[in-house]
Design a protein around this ligand. Structure first.
Ligand code: TYM
Length: 331
């Protein structure tokens, strides 16, 4: 296939908190798997991270950490443009243009905003947190991306992105590609290990709730051992057994084996053996990523240079698309 004719892919991860196995199974792993088939833009969405308070030094460190994890997981800078959102000002500029057509009501209905403001209320939430999905729409539309590989929690944001693209095209003439989400069957919604009714989250204050991509093997084993289970001993996925369903989903996404096959293998066997094998399967996948990431972090200059090369390319590709949107709006 000619490079020019490949469909474009865009996705990103926020450099906040600790990247976890949900980010890996729901997003990163799939990016690596498809990188040969598409023209890829993988962004470190540092502007999105600013929608909640960040320690500047820590943010700087996290940005490099995410870059190292992208590479360690197998993204190849020869085949993917890897860059930081804040180094491409067009993201914030297009966000502002789209703010003119996004509606207050639409943004008020975003479940992520509702979830994130449930505890403290909306009064003290930043305007950025509310506007977050518009910046995300700008990220995607700025590259005319056709496909956006994400976890299930981003489905509603993708739907809004599609709505904004269609609305803009309708109001001002054909400008943006309407993108499609790409969400896998397994691993798209990994739940917290200590509470299977809650999504596994980077910003959780409870380290036992997630497996970090950079966790040491023994920490992974300990966390899996302590993961909550349901009543009964049967290893079978079902709506009444959210904890074991989650562990089976993680096992399936980690190994590529169907859930039914894993259920068959553990029929009549206890949780102990299942958890032990699951932990080893996770260690086998994450340990090499961890080791490579730590080695890459020894060369922060190299990571910075790689991100800057990516940003140059991203600026070049996005410039005419922003210019076209500006011109259509009368700027
Ligand atoms: P973020 O940084 O929260 O998560 C990054 C990616 O990981 C997926 N993910 C999960 N998948 C399965 N189980 C989980 N528990 C889990 N938690 C997170 C997310 O779905 C995502 O794919 N708004 C985005 C970042 C973003 C973006 C974009 C993504 C900004 N602009 C443009 C795609 C395209 C976010 O906060 O993801």
């Amino acid at each position: 296939m000619e490079r020019e004719r490949r469909a474009r892919v865009f996705s990103g991860i926020q450099p906040s908190g600790n990247l976890h196995i949900g980010n890996y199974l729901g997003a990163l792993k799939n990016w690596v798997a498809i990188q040969d088939d598409y023209e890829n833009y993988f962004c470190i969405v540092d502007l999105h991270a600013l929608t909640v308070p960040q320690d500047p030094k820590e943010l700087r460190r996290k940005i490099r950490e995410v870059a190292a994890i992208y590479l360690a997981a197998g993204l190849d800078p020869g085949r993917c443009v890897i860059f930081r959102q804040s180094r491409v000002p067009a993201h914030a500029e297009l966000c502002w243009l789209l703010n003119g057509i996004a509606r207050f009501g639409e943004l008020s209905r975003m479940t992520q905003f509702k979830d994130k403001t449930r505890k403290e209320g909306t009064e003290s939430a930043s305007a950025g947190l509310f506007d977050y999905p518009v910046l995300m729409a700008a990220d995607i539309l700025l590259y005319n991306a056709q496909l956006v590989p994400v976890g299930d929690d981003q489905r509603q944001h993708l739907e809004l992105t599609r709505t904004l693209a269609r609305r803009f095209n309708h109001l001002y003439g054909e400008t943006f590609v309407v993108p499609e989400p790409m969400i896998m069957k397994s691993g798209a919604r990994v739940m917290a290990l200590d509470d299977p009714t809650e999504k596994m989250s980077k910003s959780s204050p409870r380290p036992g709730s997630y497996i970090s991509i950079l966790d040491e093997p023994d920490a992974i084993r300990r966390k899996v051992r302590r993961a909550v289970t349901d009543s009964g001993t049967e290893i079978k996925a079902s709506p009444e057994k959210p904890a074991i369903t989650n562990l089976l989903d993680i096992y399936s996404a980690t190994t590529g084996r169907p859930v039914e096959e894993i259920e068959d293998e553990y029929r009549g066997r206890g949780y102990g053996q299942f958890k032990q094998d699951l932990a080893e399967a996770i260690v086998e996948v994450l340990s090499p990523v961890r080791e490579r990431a730590l080695a890459l972090l020894d060369d922060p200059r190299g990571l910075d240079e790689l991100l800057e090369r990516g940003a140059e390319k991203a600026r070049e590709v996005s410039r005419p698309i922003l210019a076209s949107a500006q011109a259509k709006m009368g700027l």
